[in-house]
Design a protein around this ligand. Structure first.
Ligand code: G6P
Length: 613
């Protein structure tokens, strides 16, 4: 949540910062602002709303020139979204401007102290408190600004990625991080700072990932990094693999649609180099050093949030079926606060698209402190979770920009399926012949997803029929139960229609009361081991005049006779059904949201990267 960008170099900073903010809007879009060193001195321009509204605001000032600048796009935590709560914030003298992603938990104590010293505040934010606190140390002690920042951070509790600009040093940016991400792009005679690499990629592929408790100073075209303990460290330059096209819409109307359509390729990218069904080869590099722990684990604990948690639920079925290991799937936010029983024999899998989710990170730290082995399944390379875990496998889905997760979900399941197959095989719970058969089936998934996407026009038609409903129910059993949850989440996130996912049989214990002729019920009714039971559940809904939309295996005739609409998907092994059955549900929510005029890529109140708890 909240995206930050900064630039210092020879070029005009403003266009670079604005473009960067647009790339980071997925992190929040309540307000946007920039600070520049222009003809007026250190100037802050900020506005409630999206970056485009900030651009309109900036246009009223004529040309603003600056070769240094910082920018921020906000997801509100402290204080409502308005102009004064927007970042950057000035210090009391107006000489320093700050941008901040994170939360300063002890800001009230600091604020009270500053108020008693005569400070006043223009906003309700914790960030304004932080910059005033830093300046208070700076003006009352004979120290540099970075030293004042360092001293201030010793007293700050919370999470932050911050960048400071100082009027007195027009070629200097000072940044620090703890808990929120910060990437530094190293160009020729120029530096870029951002919450992730997407604003940087078109200028340089050389990046330094700032670590927690590090302070970076870019002064006169030189980067210096010190720890908060004042120990200088050597910046390690990583090479970015990301391509620019991956973060552009490429002809699609929305990122979400592009990402739905990318799934045959993103799943293939995820399997590539790891799975060779013919040769019976399955290699996950990240597991190599931890295979022993994995194989001997007494229990697998999966922790995640949102869509990643749904992928975790699918994995529970996979691990238990193939490897016969007990699995618990935990919301990271609950797990971290309920004093869970964790031991050294536990193998914890943390799933996260962004690799930055605050609750998931905290759950990892907790499990680590109890001696468990932690394995990450993440998409964003170099993000915080992969760096906090003992080992992991990237999902290689490529940048996911639409706030509603789609291709990350199928890539997560693909990695988890490979892990479950590997574990089952190694533990001897999956006989060779079945193992080989499952490897082939998994390898065939990208082409089946491709086929499932061909139902798009039919799904668009169905969407038109149901776009005005107020509620929807998603039902599935077995492997398709987590898919029902995910389908409902997709619909409510982007179309604001209330939707619930349930195990189909549980319907009788409550949701059935909601069914009338207005209520669409989306069944995932593929031909698998629970098919007959689901068919009975469909009958129960039909008897109460509910409208039935069913996702079925191609060629199904039984459900076709009962349902108002059917969407066919190719047959696969039931364990891999979620990879295919989720596709029509993603498309359904996409089309309904577009027809309702919703902002599909940036739904209200949501952010893609949730770096606050
Ligand atoms: C937010 C996003 C979801 C995502 C969840 C977990 O709520 O909008 O799409 O599933 O966070 O994020 P993660 O990056 O940890 O997968």
């Amino acid at each position: 949540m909240c995206g930050i960008v900064a630039y210092v170099g020879q070029q005009e900073a403003l266009p670079i910062v604005i473009k960067g903010l647009k790339r980071l809007e997925y992190r929040g879009y309540d307000s946007a602002g920039v600070a520049l060193m222009d003809q007026r001195g250190l100037s802050v321009y900020k506005k409630k709303g999206k970056v485009s509204q900030l651009e309109e605001h900036l246009a009223t000032f004529g040309r603003v020139e600056s070769s240094i600048g910082i920018g921020h796009t906000r997801w509100a935590t402290h204080g409502e979204p308005n102009d004064s709560n927007a970042h950057p914030h000035y210090s009391a003298s107006g000489n320093i401007a700050i941008i901040h992603n994170g939360i300063i938990e002890n800001y009230e104590v600091l604020k009270k102290d500053l108020i008693s010293k005569g400070y006043s505040f223009d906003s309700e934010t914790d960030t304004e408190v932080l910059v005033k606190f830093i300046e208070d140390i700076f003006v009352n002690n004979p120290v540099s600004l970075e030293e004042a920042l360092r001293l201030a951070l010793h007293q700050v509790v919370g999470a932050y990625a911050i960048v400071l600009m100082n009027k007195e040093e027009p070629n200097t940016l000072i940044a620090a991080r703890k808990g929120s991400p910060l990437v530094i792009g190293v160009g020729e005679d120029e530096y870029f700072l951002a919450s992730d690499a997407t604003p940087i990629i078109e200028y340089t592929n050389k990046v330094v990932y700032l670590d927690d408790y590090e302070i970076a100073v870019i002064r006169n075209n030189r980067l210096q990094i010190k720890t908060i303990q004042n120990v200088e460290t050597n910046p390690y330059i990583n090479k970015l693999e990301m391509e620019l096209e991956a973060i552009e819409k490429g002809g699609y109307e929305h990122f979400m649609l592009k990402e739905i359509y990318e799934q045959p390729k993103s799943i293939e990218d995820c399997l590539r180099g790891r799975l060779d069904a013919k040769a019976g080869r399955l290699v996950l590099g990240g597991l190599r050093d931890y295979m022993n722990k994995f194989q001997n684990a007494e229990r697998i604990i999966i922790t995640a949030c949102g869509t990643s948690w749904h992928a975790g639920l699918v994995a529970e079925y996979l691990f238990e079926e193939f490897a016969r290991v007990p699995v618990e799937v935990e919301y990271a936010s609950e797990f971290r606060y309920r004093n869970p029983v964790i031991g050294e024999k536990d193998f914890v899998i943390a799933i996260s698209q962004s690799g930055e989710t605050a609750d998931t990170l905290a759950a990892i730290e907790l499990a680590k402190s109890k001696g468990a082995t932690i394995f990450g399944v993440c998409n964003v390379v170099g993000s915080s979770i992969p760096r906090a875990t003992h080992a992991g496998s990237y999902t290689h889905a490529g940048p996911e920009i639409g706030v509603a997760s789609t291709k990350a979900f199928t890539a997560q399941i693909s990695v988890l399926a490979m892990m479950a197959l590997k574990l089952g095989y190694q533990r001897g719970t999956l006989p060779q012949s079945r193992y080989m058969e499952l490897l082939s089936e998994l390898e065939a998934i990208p082409s089946k997803v491709e086929k499932a996407l061909q139902a798009n026009d039919a799904i668009k038609y169905i969407s038109g029929e149901y776009k005005d409903v107020s509620n929807a129910l998603y039902l599935g059993r077995g492997y398709n139960f987590p898919v029902a949850l995910e389908g409902a989440l997709k619909l409510k996130e982007i179309s604001y229609i209330h939707a619930e996912g349930y195990p189909a049989a549980e319907m009788k214990h409550g949701p059935i009361a909601l069914i009338d002729e207005e209520m669409p019920v989306i069944f995932i009714a593929t031909q698998d081991s629970s098919y007959d039971k689901v068919v009975s559940n469909i009958q129960e809904v039909k008897a109460r005049k509910g409208k039935i939309i069913a996702v079925v295996t191609e060629g199904d005739t039984t459900v076709r006779e009962m349902a108002d609409h059917v969407i066919e998907i190719p047959r696969t092994h039931e364990a891999f059904n979620p990879l295919v059955s989720v596709i029509p549900l993603q498309l359904l929510s996409y089309h309904i949201a577009v027809m309702r005029g919703c902002n599909v890529d940036q739904p209200r109140n949501l952010a893609k990267s949730v770096t606050v708890e």
